[in-house]
Ligand binder design. Structure first.
Ligand SMILES: Cc1ncc(COP(=O)(O)O)c(C=O)c1O
Length: 461
């Protein structure tokens, strides 16, 4: 479609740089302008309706028209539109939010610090880990272990922990030699022939231990993991993986950072992915559904042990040299507080438990489709991986762009989902009902059939 001069599309191309987009292709294709939301649906400029199968970016948990969040923001804007947390200052909603968040946090996490994004939360967690080890007089203990296919954001440090080549290419990342890389616990892709899922998990934990021993346990500070790896392709950890990994971490006194930026707030059918997978983190990062993404806010929750050491060191230094202008901004804090109240009142965990089987069973029914290699997921997050050969699990060539083509076909069928390579992610708003899940899956069924016809036409299978 030709882009009219001076149209919104033309002006977007002229003036705006997009994230996670092929910028060259964008100049030809132009933007898709989403101009309105309604519940779990959004509408483009032409009025076309889409089910938001990824809740924006895994994040709009309460859908696009929750009036209570609008009212909470408005009220706070009218009362005190800005304040900060430096030099002992704070606005009331920030105190309320910290208390509420700690109240629902996994056991042992007793303090909250606020930022604006998941990437900043991860950066903050990294800085806390380093500061902590200086505070306890272990200055050599600084390396952080992250996993292949991990996604922890795009800040300089958080992107360095991210384990996806496409996030590093041409940025000269990772930037620090304090980042170590260990296995991705995705059994379907990385399990060996004849190896059981449990044996695969043992191998991952053994490799982790070997890495720690090779580097020297006294130099390894922390391990960071998403309970379910989101942007890496919705990768569910192999059974027993986290139990075995946590035993290794404990043995060598290594802190565990759970990155719950996607999994937090009922996504996996419990309030935290940490509960779903039995994690006992020392630090936890969260964002996205913390405010249903209506305004930017993220948090790091820390254990008392970590907090106390940091507190004492800051006392010794006469200050804690960390914080953003918008750490504890009262408006997003008020929205987040209202979001948590809604989760509680509507029992969002139970809502997810009620509807998740409709999505998980429905997705698993696609396992027989000729294009589908694996279907995976928990709660209201799921992934469908397409392959060139079901029997051998052989992937398509990246250049064939099968995943992106499926994403485009889904869009034509009124469904917004995300292709990560050839894995298609589903992560709808948590308020979705069974009927809409059925509608979403129907649109995806048509999409897969369209994709099969296309792939056959292109002689890809
Ligand atoms: C697990 C995880 N950590 C961190 C981030 C980064 O969050 P943000 O995009 O808000 O910086 C993301 C974003 O998707 C994420 O999924």
């Amino acid at each position: 479609m030709a882009i009219a001069p001076n149209s919104a599309e033309a002006r977007d191309i002229a003036y705006h740089i997009h994230g996670q987009t092929d910028l060259k292709a964008h100049e030809e294709k132009g933007p898709k302008i989403i101009s309105k939301g309604d519940g779990v649906r959004v509408y483009d400029e032409e009025g076309n309706e889409f089910i938001e199968g990824l809740a924006g970016l895994w994040s709009v948990s309460l859908g696009f028209t929750e009036q209570r969040l609008v009212d909470a923001a408005t009220k706070q804007l009218e009362t005190l539109p800005y304040y900060h947390t430096f030099a002992h200052k704070v606005a009331p909603p920030v105190i309320d939010l910290a208390e509420k968040l700690v109240g629902i946090a996994p056991g042992g996490l007793t303090k909250a610090v606020f930022q604006n994004s998941g990437s900043e939360a991860v950066d903050t967690a990294i800085k806390f880990v380093w500061y902590y080890h200086n505070a306890i007089d272990k200055p050599e203990k600084k390396k952080i272990i992250a996993r292949v296919n991990a996604y922890h954001g795009t800040g300089v440090a958080s992107a360095s922990l991210t384990g996806l080549a496409r996030m590093h290419a041409a940025f000269d990342l990772p930037v620090t030699d304090r980042v170590l890389r260990t296995d991705c616990p995705h059994y379907y892709r990385f399990g060996e022939d004849g190896e059981s899922e449990e044996d695969f998990a043992t191998r991952c934990a053994d490799n982790l231990e070997k890495l720690i021993l090779d580097e020297g346990p006294d130099t390894v500070a922390a391990f960071i993991a998403e309970p379910i790896m989101g942007a890496g392709g919705v990768l569910v950890p192999a059974a027993t993986y986290f139990d075995k990994v946590q035993a290794v971490l404990k043995k060598y006194d290594i802190l565990f950072i759970a990155d719950e930026v996607i999994c937090g707030f009922a996504r996996t059918g419990e309030m935290w992915g940490s509960q779903t997978f039995g994690l006992k983190p020392d630090l936890l990062t969260c964002a996205k559904a913390l405010s249903s993404s209506y305004l930017p806010i993220s948090a790091v929750l820390v254990s008392e042990k970590v907090y106390e050491a940091i507190r004492d060191k800051s006392g010794e230094l006469g200050g804690f040299g960390h914080g953003y202008t918008y750490s504890g901004h009262p408006v997003p804090a008020a929205v987040a507080l209202e979001t948590l109240k809604i989760y509680e009142e509507r029992d969002i965990v139970q809502q997810v438990k009620n509807v998740a089987p409709a999505m998980q069973d429905g997705l698993r029914a696609f396992a027989d489709h000729p294009l589908v290699g694996e279907v995976r997921g928990v709660g209201l997050i799921g992934g469908v991986e397409v392959v060139a050969d079901k029997a051998t699990k052989a992937p398509f060539e990246a250049a064939d762009k099968v995943g992106p083509t499926i994403q485009g076909l889904a869009e034509k069928n009124g469904l917004l989902i995300r292709a990560m390579g050839d894995s298609i992610g589903f992560c709808p708003p948590l308020i979705i009902d069974r009927a809409t899940i059925g509608d979403m899956l129907g649109r995806f069924a048509k999409t897969l059939d369209d994709a099969l016809a296309w792939a056959e036409g292109e002689k890809l299978i």
